[in-house]
Design a protein around this ligand. Structure first.
Ligand SMILES: Cc1ncc(COP(=O)(O)O)c(C=O)c1O
Length: 360
């Protein structure tokens, strides 16, 4: 893996050459013994990344599929959403569109959810589930998931549904230890595989509750996924080529060591923060909740975020632009997946040149 990384989107992220090449392997039937072997091998390693003794499952579809499936399969009526940006707002909108009685706790952009506000909401009303985004990619906020989960467990028997799309494999997520009921993540972020697959864990009690929820559809039926998984396969024709790429990346992740990978991401965040501070570049995100995988920054005075990202693109570097309400006022550096400190050194030098050219 010697290619220099010039691609710093907060997802999809840079995918190593061997994972890309794996996708050119000849196809096989998805019910064939050959694919069953591949699926068994993925199933053996996915729980290690998801940190569960239970099942590590796979769906063909982007993360939004399992966000929707979670509501369809696990919520009859009342669900509480913790909203701190575009993706947590999307999950709330999904619940509303499915006709659920969805409430939300919302914090200003750039801030994290306070566990105590969750406690207060759970004392006011009984919910079947609480849904939250661990790492809000749009604003670079990482929520205190462990503390929030603890409060939910202390106050209720609500299922804990967690989008770890841009944190899994890049920051600690402990499915079993934190008693999370559904943990989902796309593979195109810190796992650094091509987009198109979502991996997820489902607790036993969530599986049991799902069985009593009517109208779970087909593609959104988490019971069906679990049952098929236990038979050693998937519910429909999977994106087989993407499974080949994921296979390579799971080996890479477990070869590095999951905890070592978390630590590398923490250091990338630290490095980005130190560089930004030294150049007078401010974070848009509050200091106590900065994500380990994506930094959301305000460009230096006199430089428009959109000009910065455009100039960097001309130089062959891809940055994330601002998202939604922060579109023109921020830019994002995705430091996740296979990004190494040396890649950031090159990136930072380039940004400095662009800023110097723009300012002069
Ligand atoms: C935190 C988070 N949740 C959900 C999504 C939606 O993922 P997808 O586009 O793969 O459905 C994204 C996409 O970037 C995300 O960052």
């Amino acid at each position: 893996m010697n290619e220099p990384i010039r691609f710093f989107l907060p997802g999809p992220t840079y995918v190593p050459m061997d994972a890309r090449q794996a996708m050119t392997k000849p196809l096989m039937g998805h019910r064939s013994p050959a694919f069953k072997d591949i699926y068994a091998s993925l199933s053996e390693r996915l729980p290690k990344v998801l940190r569960t003794a239970g099942d590590g499952m796979l769906a063909t579809g982007s993360s939004t599929l399992i966000m929707e499936a979670a509501i369809v399969s696990l919520v009859r009526k009342d669900v509480l959403h913790l909203v701190c940006g575009a993706f947590s707002e999307r999950w709330f909108a999904i619940s509303k569109s499915l006709g659920r009685e969805a409430d939300k706790i919302e914090v200003p952009l750039g801030q994290a959810i306070d566990p105590e506000t969750v406690r207060a909401a759970l004392r006011r009303k009984k919910y079947e589930a609480v849904a939250l985004v661990h790492n809000e990619t749009a604003t670079g906020v990482m929520n205190p998931l462990q503390e929030i989960a603890r409060v939910i467990r202390e106050e209720s028997d609500a299922l804990i549904l967690v989008d770890t799309v841009s944190s899994l494999a890049g920051a600690p997520v402990e499915t079993d230890a934190w008693q999370l009921d559904l943990v989902l993540a796309g593979v195109q972020k810190a796992i650094a595989a091509p987009p198109g697959l979502t991996i997820f864990a489902l607790s036993e009690r969530a599986y049991e509750r799902a069985q009593s929820v009517p109208h779970r559809g087909f593609y959104t039926d988490l019971v069906r996924y679990r049952d098929k998984h236990r038979e050693g396969g998937v519910i429909t024709t999977p994106a087989i080529s993407l499974c080949f790429a994921l296979d390579v990346q799971l080996d890479r992740i477990l070869g590095e060591g999951l905890e070592a990978r978390w630590e590398r991401h923490r250091r990338l965040q630290e490095k980005t923060a130190a560089w930004a501070a030294s150049r007078g570049i401010e974070y848009a995100t509050a200091a106590d909740c900065r994500s380990w995988t994506v930094s959301c920054l305000k460009p230096p005075a006199g430089v428009a975020a959109t000009d910065l990202t455009a100039a960097m693109r001309k130089r062959g570097f891809t940055l994330g632009g601002g998202y939604d309400a922060w579109k023109s006022s921020t830019f994002r550096i995705g430091h996740m997946g296979e990004v190494r400190p040396g890649d950031l050194d090159v990136l930072f030098a380039e940004i400095e040149e662009v800023v110097a050219c723009t300012a002069s």
